[in-house]
Design a protein around this ligand. Structure first.
Ligand code: SF4
Length: 340
């Protein structure tokens, strides 16, 4: 929602300040889908808004809903015709989480990721990022579902590479006069970018941090995640040590499991050693994620192997859980977003 434009229209129409508050409340709190629904403002003003401004900065191209109704994926067409995707998930009954995109595509080209394979188009603006939340709030409101409770920056793109827009978007999400989310209901995931974690902690000490690690061996990580060549496991370790010097908040380690690539007991041992070497391992929590098939050589590890991997980590004082993958059939799961 372009608030500056909204204010401008109100000024041009000599409207009192409270009209802005009424309109903001209707859009951000009541999640109206159109200006015509804002009956608290005069009809001619509603009509002027409808003619001159859009609530969302994109058109909704399509929405796919999974058979179990626990996930939905939206393909969103931006004003410049680029497309991005955004995903709604229900990890538990009556709980909704949105996985939002921060870039159109991604420049980091992880081998196993459909987004990375599609290349990079551009950064999303802060408005395009937060409009994904407005859109899903409207969707839940229309369906009379419970309100959105969590937001994760784990869709298309690497958030730390679009830091200024991501930062502004988080500021708006936690602004009590706008989205009014608690910092702790927001998580940002990164593969580890120079200066990224430091800036993140300085700005948002209460927002959750997740590291997309996936490999605890530099050679393997560089092979499948080229970003590791520029910023490797040692750099990430130092960042986390610094993070724990300043904060005692839990950090999530995302680990997608690929059959025969990173799922052996040797890999589990390597991961446990790496995480224990960081110190404060009790503040680390590993999420083991079954790989979602996109294309190419990768196959998901079997349930047994994932269970065995988890048990090894637990025996070696590393907190770990297996995260259920939602949205696989609609290609809305981790690493499956393509913007098509
Ligand atoms: S996994 Fe994340 S960082 Fe890697 S290419 Fe995909 S979106 Fe980019």
């Amino acid at each position: 929602m372009n608030l500056e434009k909204l204010e401008k229209i109100l000024k041009e129409n000599n409207q009192p300040q409270f009209r802005l508050e009424q309109t903001k409340k209707a859009i951000f709190e009541d999640s109206v889908s159109s200006f015509s629904e804002i009956t608290t403002i005069p009809l001619d003003l509603r009509k002027r808004f409808e003619k001159e401004i859009d609530i969302l900065s994109f058109e909704v191209e399509k929405i796919l809903v999974s058979n179990d109704k626990r996930s939905a994926k939206a393909l969103l067409r931006l004003k410049d015709n680029n497309c991005m995707e955004s995903v709604l998930l229900s990890p538990r009954p009556n709980t909704w989480t949105v996985c939002i995109s921060s870039q159109v595509g991604c420049p980091l080209g992880c081998e196993f990721c459909a987004t990375g394979k599609g290349g990079f188009k551009r950064n999303l603006t802060s408005e395009e990022i937060t409009d994904q939340i407005l859109f899903w709030r409207q969707y839940l409101n229309r369906k009379k579902f419970p309100a959105l409770s969590n937001i994760v920056y784990m869709g298309m793109g690497e958030p730390m590479l679009n830091w200024e827009n991501v930062k502004k978007s988080v500021e708006d999400l936690i602004d009590i006069k706008l989205f009014n989310f608690g910092s702790r209901s927001i998580s940002i995931s990164t593969v580890g970018i120079k200066g990224g974690i430091e800036k993140f902690l300085a700005e948002f000490p209460q927002v959750n941090l997740a590291i997309s690690l996936h490999f605890a061996d530099n050679e393997m990580r560089s092979k499948y995640m080229p970003a590791n060549k520029a910023y490797d496991l040692e750099n990430i370790k130092k960042d986390l040590q610094e993070y724990f010097r300043k904060s005692k908040r839990k950090v999530f380690i995302e680990y997608i499991m690929f059959d025969g690539i990173n799922d052996s007991l040797g890999d589990a041992k390597g991961l446990a050693e790496y995480l224990n070497s960081i110190g404060n391992a009790y503040l680390l929590h590993v999420n083991l994620i079954s790989y979602n098939k996109t294309s190419g050589e990768f196959i998901s590890s079997s349930k047994n192997k994932i269970e065995r991997f988890k048990n090894f980590l637990l025996q070696n004082r590393i907190n770990a859980t297996i995260r259920k993958s939602l949205g696989t059939e609609i290609a809305g799961a981790c690493g499956q977003l393509t913007g098509k």
